[in-house]
Design a protein around this ligand. Structure first.
Ligand SMILES: *Cc1c(COP(=O)(O)O)cnc(C)c1O
Length: 399
């Protein structure tokens, strides 16, 4: 077993050889992009076989492609999983994973604080297909126990949660969920990345990531991944991803693998910078409250300390005193931070959760989940922390 930084570079690395009759010999150090929709098959019998056993080879790129295959093997390695599946976006991964374990008439339990579109998936799409949902504060496992019904088949948790960074205890939730029969636990671990947290080791059945975020790290790819045991991932692939068609493009897979090589050193710097910014904001007179799991003041800091690998990530939210007007002043005047949704990029971003990522929730739902009107979400990049602090300082001074 190698360290994760070695694995990020070498695990499942393909050094591809040009095959067939090509001369002179060449073996690519970085794997090529298999930008092809289909494959020339050896003969009739292997064509018949491959179309029915899509995991044993490549017949058509919606069923599998060498570039996405290499990515999937790397993700499985990083999440300590038997298998993994790439999707065209985080939501492509989440909807595929969720649909693979529910049917009409089922009941699902979702965290009260989750990414806005994940909430929309359950609240406005799956609920119209006869799948009921209950939102609970998953940072307290007893809330999940109380919400379980005879027809509950899925518990969907995001930790750290977007945007309040609430932490849920994956091990405790897994113990609770698996003391009942037939319930799958899916954890969205996007904010942590595999560098800071491995939900499958703590009992989750499937882990999902928006790979658009930290895994890619450079803001130039939209992608998602699912990892878990062979059987569950096979079901996600066939028939769900195969039929919904949210497959990842080979070029995006290749770009994502380039980004992933530096995940370790990026996450180290994200964590260091975020801690400095969080401490600065916590002492700022114009800030009401800072939500960063690395701060001892964070209500679920102790769970984060226990289940994350010694770092708390680069994401935080902060309530600015003065509501929307103050938010507008800060967001219009930052110079190093970009006003942009998304997160996990090498450069710092700022967004307003109530009107941007979480606009689909009702105000009542938002307030009950501590998503207040004056709240901004910061994705702390790998710039010099002093410059990030100075940038926020000048913008906050204009309120
Ligand atoms: C961004 C995000 C998603 C959705 O991912 P896309 O790649 O945009 O589809 C899901 N979960 C979390 C926690 C996210 O931050």
């Amino acid at each position: 077993m190698m360290g994760i930084n070695t694995d990020l570079l070498h695990a499942e690395q393909v050094h591809a050889e040009l095959w067939g009759t090509y001369e002179p010999h060449a073996m690519a150090h970085v794997s090529p992009i298999y930008q092809t929709s289909t494959y020339v098959l050896k003969d009739f019998d292997s064509a018949v076989y491959l179309n029915q056993h899509v995991e044993d080879g490549f017949a058509y790129s919606r069923f599998g492609n060498p570039s996405t295959d290499e990515l999937e093997k790397k993700i499985a390695h990083l999440e300590h999983a038997e298998s993994a599946l790439a999707a065209a976006s985080g939501l492509g991964a989440i909807s595929t994973a969720a649909m693979s374990c529910i049917k009409a008439g089922d009941h699902v339990i979702i965290g009260d604080v989750i990414y806005g579109c994940s909430y929309t998936l359950f609240a406005k799409v799956l609920s119209h297909m006869g799948i009921e949902y209950t939102r609970v504060d998953t940072s307290k496992v007893e809330n999940i126990e109380q919400a379980i019904r005879p027809n509950t088949t899925l518990v969907y948790v995001e930790t750290p949660a977007n945007p309040t960074l609430k932490i849920s205890d994956i091990q405790a939730i897994s113990d609770c969920v698996h003391s009942h029969k037939g319930i799958t636990l899916i954890v969205d671990s996007t904010f942590a990345s595999p560098y800071l947290q491995n939900p499958l080791d703590l009992g989750a059945d499937l882990v999902v990531h928006s790979a658009t975020k930290y895994l890619c790290g450079h803001g130039n790819v939209v992608a998602g991944v699912i990892a878990g045991d062979k059987e569950r991932i096979h079901t996600c692939r066939m028939p769900y991803l195969q039929c919904f068609g949210a497959v990842l493009d080979p070029f995006a897979a290749w770009q994502l693998m380039n980004g992933m090589k530096t995940l370790g050193i990026r996450m180290e710097r994200h964590c260091q910078n975020a801690m400095k910014v969080a401490k600065y904001l916590e002492n700022h007179p114009k800030i009401e409250r800072v939500y960063y799991p690395g701060l001892e003041s964070h209500p679920t800091h102790e769970i984060a300390k226990k289940q994350m690998h010694g770092g708390y990530g680069g994401m935080m939210s902060a309530d600015i005193k003065g509501g929307l007007d103050a938010v507008r002043t800060v967001m219009n005047n930052v110079k190093v931070f970009s006003l942009a949704t998304s997160l996990g990029n090498v450069d710092s971003l700022i967004q307003h959760s109530p009107t941007m990522s979480h606009f689909d929730m009702t105000p009542e739902e938002r307030y009950a989940s501590e998503i207040y009107d004056g709240q901004v979400r910061l994705s702390i990049g790998i710039e010099d922390a002093e410059d990030l602090i100075a940038d926020l300082d000048q913008a906050l001074a204009l309120i």
